[in-house]
Each structure stands twice: as structure tokens, then as C-alpha cells.
Design a protein around this ligand. Structure first.
Ligand SMILES: Nc1nc2c(ncn2[C@@H]2O[C@H](COP(=O)(O)OP(=O)(O)O)[C@@H](O)[C@H]2O)c(=O)[nH]1
Ligand SMILES: [Mg+2]
Length: 313
């Protein structure tokens, strides 16, 4: 069956009825900021807000994809429909995810209860976080119970993306000194659960103790995150991670609601800020805008008064 040539409404209806091809197309439209995106989003938004959205972050090579793959297995065994959104900054050339992720995930390729999607970083400023949010909304509307968002904890964009998650898992590994890097990157503040992966390697207990020390020192503004050890490539410790996430999900009802509200508030603010910024730039391009700029430069008018004029004040 083809889904080409559908109206935005048609795409939305197919997606809501569980059509995977329509879902994939809609995500592509969101990713490419297609003109139909706004209308599709409007049609599906009321059907969102049900899925659990869990972020998985950590340095490249920490084992996030391996852990995600294993979490999918565990959650599927519990009868849950699971989607994965992988954000991959390591492949700027193809705008897609590294091959390894796809190969590993092929185990789930024929399972209708699993949907895996990579989003590239080809987006412009802020584009990737918008695309990620909208993709997560599409998956939510398509009735996935759990949406796992894998992202390398490296920059502001990734932190922004993680703020859409109700729970954030930070994956650390013993051999690298990345725990300190992670803390610097602000991951300590957003972690709801720490996973020390590659526990088959020496020094994993040392990392656990180190982390405990760090947590002892940090202000107790939120629930203290647990630290769990895994060996993701052997599937060890993954059930405990899934269980802990489920427990936190059920405990965090009010907190999840608050996070969700804060996130959506910020998203609306983003949209408006982008629009306003664009319209002011366009205003400067007009002849009266050029005149205003000339007056500014000549010190005949000050920036506050210029802003008042531009905002019609
Ligand atoms: N020794 C060991 N290797 C692991 C473990 N988990 C994952 N790996 C390996 O670490 C490498 C990077 O894993 P990957 O999941 O791609 O990391 P990501 O970049 O964080 O997504 C792969 O070769 C995995 O097989 C583990 O628990 N122990
Ligand atoms: Mg990965």
C-alpha cells in the first residue's frame, strides 16, 4: 500500500490507525520541516501525552545503543510497544545513524511492536530538537507505550532534546574519565538513573563509589538517582534498569506532569522567539527599517526606542 499523495489529514489518520509507513513519512516530513508539518501536528497532538518517554545519554561508545537494544527486548517481553529515536551526531556526512546501530537493531526489524528511527544532525540551529520533539509526538500518537530517545551527551542541543524525556538515564563506563566530563556537561543535574555499563571491566566498582561520592555532595533538590551496574552486551542487569524506570515512572506522576508542562511552555516560547526574531530581521530589510538603522548608527535614536518602534509601541 502506498501513502504517497495523501493530504495532511490523511497522513494523520493513517498514523493514528497504526500505519507504519505513514508514521515513517510523517517523521520525515517533521525532520525536513515540510510545509505540511504544522497541519499534521495539529491533527495528531490531541492523541499524544500517553507514552513514557525515556532519554538514554552518555559518551559515544558507552554502550547506549546496546543498552537500548536490550531494553527493547525486556519491554517487549512485558508486552509493551516500544519505539526508539536515535540521535546520532557521529555521522555528519550522511545525516543518518551509524551502521552499527541498524545492524544491531535488526533483531527487532520484523516486530510490529517495535519502531526504530534515527534522526541526523543535519538540522539547522534548533532544528534537531524540534524534529525530535515532533517525532516523539508522532510515535506517541501512534500508540507506542515507551519511547526511548538515545543521544550522546555532548552539547546544548542534546541537553535540550533530553528535556523532553520524563526520565533520563546517564550511561557511564569505568575505563574512561568521562564521569567528570558528564558532570561538566550538566548531566548530573538531569540524571534520574545512572547506569555503570561494561561492568565486566575492572574499576566499575570504583566508578560506582566515585559517583556515590559526587551524589553525596550534590544538593538534594530532587530524588537521589540510583546507580545500577550493567553489562549490556551480555544483557546483564538490564531487567533491573527497566524495572527501576517503570517504578520511577509510576512514582513521578506529579513531577512528570510538571516537566511536561515546563517543556511545552518552553517549546511555545521557542517557536515565538524564532518567529519574532525572523520578523524583526525582515523589518530591518525594509526601507523604513534601513532608515531606522541609519538613525541608530547616527545616535539620533537609542536601541530601546528603536525596539519600541519595531514592536509598534
Ligand atoms: N565489554 C563490554 N562491551 C560492551 C558492553 N556494552 C556494550 N559494549 C560494546 O561497546 C561498544 C559500543 O557500544 P554502543 O552501544 O554502540 O555504544 P554507544 O555509542 O553508546 O551507543 C560496542 O562494541 C559494544 O558491543 C559491556 O557491557 N561490556
Ligand atoms: Mg549509539
Amino acid at each position: 500500500m502506498t501513502v504517497g499523495g495523501l493530504s495532511p489529514q490523511g497522513y494523520a489518520e493513517r498514523l493514528l490507525s497504526g500505519d507504519r509507513l505513514a508514521l515513517a513519512r510523517v517523521i520525515s516530513k517533521f525532520e525536513n520541516r515540510d510545509a505540511e508539518s504544522a497541519e499534521i501536528l495539529r491533527s495528531i497532538f490531541q492523541h499524544t501525552g500517553k507514552a513514557k518517554v525515556w532519554g538514554i545519554t552518555g559518551a559515544p561508545g558507552a554502550g547506549k545503543s546496546t543498552l537500548v537494544d536490550q531494553l527493547v527486548r525486556v519491554l517487549r517481553a512485558q508486552g509493551l510497544k516500544v519505539a526508539v529515536v536515535a540521535i546520532d551526531p557521529s555521522s555528519p556526512f550522511t545525516g543518518g545513524a551509524i551502521l552499527g546501530d541498524r545492524v544491531r537493531m535488526q533483531d527487532h526489524a520484523n516486530d510490529p511492536g517495535v519502531f526504530i528511527r534515527s534522526l541526523g544532525t543535519r538540522g539547522k540551529l534548533g532544528g534537531l530538537s524540534h524534529a525530535t520533539l515532533e517525532s516523539v509526538l508522532a510515535l506517541d500518537a501512534a500508540s507506542f507505550d515507551v519511547i526511548l530517545v538515545e543521544t550522546a551527551g555532548v552539547g546544548q542541543t542534546e541537553l535540550e532534546i533530553l528535556s523532553l524525556a520524563q526520565l533520563v538515564v546517564v550511561v557511564l563506563v569505568p575505563e574512561s574519565g568521562d564521569s567528570v566530563q558528564m558532570m561538566k556537561a550538566g548531566l548530573l543535574e538531569i540524571a534520574d538513573l545512572f547506569v555503570v555499563n561494561k561492568s565486566d571491566r575492572p574499576d566499575s566498582d570504583r566508578l560506582v563509589h566515585h559517583l556515590q561520592g559526587v551524589l553525596d555532595l550534590s544538593p538534594e533538590e530532587k530524588r537521589r538517582p540510583e546507580i545500577l551496574k550493567t553489562q549490556a552486551n551480555a544483557g546483564k542487569g538490564v531487567e533491573a534498569v527497566a524495572d527501576q524506570l517503570s517504578v520511577l515512572s509510576s512514582l513521578n506522576g506529579e513531577e512528570n506532569r510538571r516537566r511536561g508542562m515546563e517543556f511545552l511552555k518552553r517549546e511555545v516560547l521557542h517557536i515565538l522567539t524564532e518567529r519574532l526574531s525572523l520578523s524583526v530581521q525582515q523589518a530591518f530589510e525594509t526601507s523604513s527599517g534601513q532608515e531606522l538603522l541609519a538613525q541608530l548608527v547616527a545616535r539620533k535614536i537609542d536601541p530601546i526606542s528603536a525596539a519600541n518602534i519595531l514592536s509598534g509601541g
